[in-house]
Design a protein around this ligand. Structure first.
Ligand code: APR
Length: 240
């Protein structure tokens, strides 16, 4: 670690790489295909309008894999442990729609790209918890109409959630850590630059150098289950 004094406010951003060792596929490690689908066929409002059945089946499959198979891995657990033991301000921002951070015990967490275990009424914006498959003809509880329930996921072309809170935290933090994200998708890909401009030390923990790796003050490469715990345990040791 190269920070001069122990950080008082930390922002962590996670991406698909932190859940890879839990068996969940990342987005860009498979010839641009995500579970055999082009992203634009399943993760855009246009795709949902054109083929709601396909989109719901795609997310139903992701949801059942998450509920029935995936477990938090050591990296999720190490982050949650750090948050518990750390005495400063800590915010975890995730681009992931899985619930592995919360299952590991993370508390101050924002899902900027939505949540797979929630659905939303497109007419009233009411949000419902959901662990079972959604059928696109299904009647919605709030509006009573068919076809209105959609995955509570921020699709391409839609605005990510909690952006005001996120920008405030980025401007205040003195350490920014990016874990398991390729740096391809904005606005998240720009968070490092904002934090750095406001004076934070910035660190990337990733399997390989991401697109924006050269802009970080520090880069550590390896599988998340190995490098996340090491990094945060060392950081905690500098606090005491
Ligand atoms: N440990 C650490 N990093 C890993 C691991 C691992 N075990 N496995 C893969 N990675 C890294 C990859 O090297 C890659 O840089 O994780 C990154 C995953 O990148 P992406 O697949 O592009 O995922 P992400 O950056 O989260 O995508 C951002 O794009 O498709 C949209 O909305 C979706 O939230 C997603 C956003």
């Amino acid at each position: 670690m190269a920070t001069a004094s122990p950080p008082k406010r930390i922002v962590v951003l996670t991406g698909a790489g932190i859940s890879a060792e839990s068996g969940l596929k990342t987005f860009r490690d498979n010839n641009g295909l995500w579970e055999n689908h082009r992203v634009e066929d399943v993760a855009t409002p246009e795709a949902f309008a054109a083929n709601p059945g396909l989109v719901q089946r795609f997310y139903n499959a992701r949801r059942s894999q998450l509920v029935e198979e995936a477990q938090p891995n050591q990296a999720h657990i190490d982050l949650a442990e750090f948050e518990k033991d750390y005495s400063g301000e800590f915010l975890l921002i995730t681009q992931n729609v899985d619930d592995l951070h919360e299952r590991a015990g993370s508390k101050n967490l924002l899902h900027m790209h939505g949540e797979l275990l929630k659905v939303r009424c497109a007419k009233t914006d009411t949000i419902y918890d959901r662990t079972t498959p959604v059928y696109y003809e299904e009647l919605c509880d709030c509006c009573g109409l068919p076809g209105k329930l959609r995955p509570h996921i921020v699709w391409f072309g839609e605005i990510p959630l909690y952006m005001d809170k996120i920008y405030q935290a980025l401007e205040r933090c003195d350490l920014f850590v990016s874990i398991g994200t390729s740096g391809n998708v904005y606005p998240a890909a720009g968070f490092q630059q904002i934090a750095q401009e406001y004076g934070a030390h910035t660190v990337e923990l990733n399997l390989e150098a991401s697109k924006g790796a050269s802009r970080f003050d520090e880069c550590i490469q390896g599988p998340a289950t190995e490098i996340v715990g090491k990094f945060f345990k060392h950081l905690l040791a500098t606090q005491s």
